[in-house]
Design a protein around this ligand. Structure first.
Ligand code: SF4
Length: 73
């Protein structure tokens, strides 16, 4: 069973590179002309899907400005 993430949010400083949305479009949305946001219901979606959880963790590790905050515990 997939463990839920305690925290999933994006701090200020996103450069709208689209990487996270490419990796996990069900979770991340880069608003046109703006910064990235976490879609409503993303935590629940991640808790039900191991592959999606892995994609979110990869996005957090890969974000070039390290603004995706994930807390697994
Ligand atoms: S990977 Fe980071 S910088 Fe790129 S769109 Fe996502 S939050 Fe913004």
């Amino acid at each position: 069973m997939t463990e839920p993430l305690r925290t999933l949010r994006i701090e200020e400083g996103c450069i709208s590179c689209n990487l996270c949305e490419d990796l996990a479009p069900r979770v991340f949305e880069v608003v046109a002309g703006g910064e990235c946001r976490v879609r409503p219901g993303a935590l629940e979606a991640v808790a039900a899907d191991d592959e999606l959880r892995a994609a979110v963790l990869e996005a957090a590790e890969s974000c070039p400005v390290e603004v995706i905050l994930v807390d697994e515990d």
